[in-house]
Design a binder for this molecule. Structure first.
Ligand SMILES: [Zn+2]
Length: 183
């Protein structure tokens, strides 16, 4: 009597099926249009996936699958390329999604602003603020970009709320309710 071997398929096949079953971004919940697959937090591109031809069985795949995520392009970019920004961009984005009722478009606008501001500050070698107060007082004010300064100020204030939320959740929640619009 022969023992039935579990059926094996290349990992790339499982991934292809996996990709097709994912409808919403694993991070922000947005309906997926273009999908970015990540493994253990790193983007894995199509060409690499095509080369993953190790035959595995269903049980192995179920374990492997836990390492994989389907993200929208926006989240994929943020999670895999923004680790070293001046600000905690990823945490900020999560905060906006989870703690405010802002639309995707508004959140994107805030995140883009803060990212730009972060790059601007890094380019000028401005040290990171060492306290919550320093985010809002004059220490960064002098370094804000000359154009759209007020927009950056607004993004910075929202970031301050996010940082305050980490330090003191109750106070921050009241702040959010008062200023949940972008302007
Ligand atoms: Zn997303």
């Amino acid at each position: 009597m022969t023992v039935q071997q579990p059926k094996r398929r290349p990992l790339s096949r499982y991934l292809k099926d996996f990709k097709h079953t994912q409808t919403h971004c694993a991070h922000c919940g947005k309906l997926l249009d273009r999908i970015t697959l990540t493994r253990d937090g790193e983007i894995v591109n199509k060409a690499t996936i095509a080369q993953l031809d190790t035959p595995i069985d269903e049980a192995t795949w179920l374990t492997e699958q836990q390492e994989w995520m389907a993200l929208c392009r926006f989240c994929g970019d943020l999670h895999c390329k923004e680790q070293g920004n001046y600000f905690d961009i990823i945490g900020f984005k999560q905060f906006l999604f989870e703690q405010t009722d802002m639309s995707h478009g508004t959140i994107r606008e805030y995140v883009v602003r803060l990212r730009r501001l972060g790059n601007h500050l890094v380019a000028q070698n401005i040290p990171r603020p060492d306290s919550l107060e320093a985010l809002l007082d004059d220490s960064l004010e002098a370094w804000l970009p000359a154009t759209s300064t007020n927009n950056y100020r607004i993004a910075l204030r929202k970031y301050w709320q996010f940082q305050t939320q980490i330090a003191n959740p109750v106070i921050a929640q009241q702040e959010n309710k008062a200023t949940s619009d972008i302007y």
